[in-house]
Design a protein around this ligand. Structure first.
Ligand SMILES: Nc1ncnc2c1ncn2[C@@H]1O[C@H](COP(=O)(O)OP(=O)(O)O)[C@@H](O)[C@H]1O
Ligand SMILES: [Mg+2]
Length: 247
């Protein structure tokens, strides 16, 4: 069964049509890397997957919870869908007034009503897992970008999502900090986490992705396993893009 199933997704901002009939399936345990030129709608696409953006038509389904976007969705259905997804943002989006541990505990305590003590125990274990066991009591301002992004990944995991959506998780980081974040993501993939990753990290895509999806002009214009996507891309726009990013 697909964890994510998107059909004919359309989204405009005013007169600008950003998504123009996107279909996307993600199987359980699959890692799908999404690439495409700047402004092609990659962020909009993953924000539509958990209805941070309201698409104008099409369907979004996550683990059987299905939303027909041309109707006003029921609040309960939206909540259910959001409960199955977690997002990791380019700019981390940590709460600056909360410590690393408090950031990780926030969702479980306030959304899922997990008792504080239990949330703290799980939160510490998750920070340990992303290599930040010694940073539980640090505020984001005292952490490097790579550490902040790892806290954000721990926070995503704390919600026990069915799928994690990553929006260019390394692109706000200095180059020397990319590796520590990609390593955590590599480990999650190896553990079987279902992941949709918008990124231009081609080495990561080659090594970790099961499938690379290329978005341009509001549609998926090419997709395939990394060997064929990078080795023999069919679409001229994909070839041009890969030349620019140095593949
Ligand atoms: N909230 C918004 N209001 C108006 N235009 C937007 C909004 N969000 C994105 N856009 C526009 O939609 C297009 C796609 O944006 P985005 O999904 O961020 O692309 P990408 O992530 O691929 O760079 C861009 O032209 C962008 O300016
Ligand atoms: Mg983007």
């Amino acid at each position: 069964m697909s964890v994510v199933r998107v059909r004919e997704l359309r989204k405009s901002f005013g007169a600008l049509r950003v998504l123009d009939g996107v279909d996307l399936d993600v199987a359980r345990g699959e890692v799908v890397v999404v690439m495409g030129p700047s402004g092609s709608g990659k962020t909009t696409l993953i924000r539509c997957l958990n209805l941070l953006e309201q698409p104008e038509s099409g369907t979004v389904e996550v683990c059987g919870t299905r939303i027909d976007c041309s109707a006003v969705p029921r609040r309960r259905t939206v909540r259910e869908l959001r409960g199955r997804t977690a997002m990791v943002f380019q700019q981390f989006n940590l709460f600056p007034h909360l410590t690393a541990l408090q950031n990780v505990m926030e969702g479980p305590v306030s959304v899922r009503r997990v008792p504080r003590e239990q949330a703290a125990r799980v939160g510490r274990a998750l920070l340990e897992r992303v290599g930040l066991g010694d940073k539980c009591d640090c505020y984001p301002a005292k952490l490097s970008g790579g550490q902040k992004q790892r806290v954000a990944i721990a926070r995503a995991l704390a919600m026990e999502p069915e799928v994690i959506l990553f929006d260019e998780p390394t692109s706000a980081l200095d180059p020397e900090l990319h590796a520590e974040v990609l390593q955590v993501m590599r480990e999650l993939a190896a553990e079987g986490m279902t992941m949709v990753v918008v990124t231009h990290e081609t080495a990561f895509a080659r090594e970790v992705a099961d499938r690379v999806v290329f978005v341009d002009g509001g549609r998926v214009i090419e997709q395939g396993p990394p060997e064929s996507f990078f080795g023999a891309p069919g679409h001229p726009r994909v070839r041009a893009f890969l030349r620019v990013v140095g593949m």
